[in-house]
Design a protein around this ligand. Structure first.
Ligand code: ADP
Ligand code: MG
Length: 285
């Protein structure tokens, strides 16, 4: 199958006929940012041999690629808008593979209200590589930064951690959840937010560092194994929340069927929990 036939048959349906994508016949997409809004953009790449095995199920790969990107938008408080899909194949892709991959993308994108606005399709000499660039919309000035935590804020985590680590122990791939329904709660309740891709310590630590604070972790967290503290790929959200508003947020999260928990409190820099190991989470280099 030729490149343009692949685009027409498998990628064009992902545009859901949105005018911004122009039927994938133009050189670029034309996006439209509503007045009073800002465009929030985030990219994530998944590489064969690093992020997934060669025999990965295309459905799982598609879900993972899209969900990790949507997760970044939600962590910024941005409503999913559209995404660019760039794929490098090591060899001519199999049609059953493409059908499964694009079918899974379509299902997920409909759930969270995002569509494909374009992308790139190439052949490369390494393995399969998928990069998604997701774009979201946020009212002007309302994007939630990592740097907004205040002393006394509570560190709220939106759901159980360690599921991905445990799946890997069983030789399985964990498919992260879609937390798009939390975008309003993130904007309304979080002074700072991050999605937990590299482990609780690493990611909550990013909020603390960006905010010039430390974190005093709860006793319950301190009983976790190091693997659970540092195991990544869970894609729950870590939020810094005013203590007076924590109960209201927990009620919202529980109503959505989540099992949020309180992991600690933001304290002045240097007064937080000190861990002996310095390698707090996954790093590529
Ligand atoms: P160019 O030659 O300028 O790179 P292409 O011929 O690669 O353009 O792409 C043609 C059209 O197809 C563009 O609108 C592009 O966004 C779209 N496209 C290419 N690959 C993909 C893909 N993997 N997913 C979605 N759209 C794609
Ligand atoms: Mg191209």
């Amino acid at each position: 199958m030729h490149e343009f036939d692949i685009i027409e048959t498998y990628f064009k349906p992902l545009t859901e006929n949105r005018p911004e994508a122009g039927g994938l016949v133009d050189d670029a997409a034309v996006l439209s940012v509503p007045a009073g809004h800002e465009l929030v953009v985030s990219s994530d790449t998944l590489n064969e041999g690093v992020h997934f095995f060669s025999n990965v199920d295309p459905v799982i790969l598609a879900q993972k690629c899209l969900r990790v990107n949507v997760s970044d938008l939600i962590a910024m408080g941005a409503e999913p808008y559209c995404y660019q899909l760039c794929i490098t194949f090591a060899e001519t892709p199999d049609e059953a593979w493409l059908r499964a991959f694009c079918g899974a993308l379509l299902e997920d994108q409909k759930q969270c209200g995002i569509f494909c606005s374009g992308g790139d399709t190439t052949r490369g000499q390494g393995g399969l590589s998928v990069t998604i660039t997701a774009m979201g919309l946020v009212p002007k000035g309302k994007a939630v930064p990592r740097s907004g935590a205040r002393e006394g804020d509570i560190l709220v985590v939106t759901g159980a951690l360690g599921l991905s680590y445990e799946a890997v122990q069983r030789g399985e791939v964990y498919v992260p959840p879609l937390r798009h329904a939390l975008v309003g709660a993130v904007r309304d309740y979080a002074h700072a937010a991050i999605d937990i891709s590299d482990g609780l310590l690493a990611d909550a630590g990013h909020i603390a560092k960006a905010s010039g604070l430390g974190i005093s972790y709860s006793d319950e967290i301190l009983e976790w194994s190091w693997d659970h503290l540092t195991g990544g790929e869970d894609y729950e959200l870590a939020l810094a929340v005013d203590p007076a508003r924590v109960e209201a947020l927990l009620a919202i999260l529980r109503k959505r069927g989540l099992e949020p928990f309180l992991a600690g409190v933001f304290v002045p820099d240097g007064e937080g929990t000190q861990f002996k190991s310095t390698k707090a989470g996954w790093q590529h280099f």
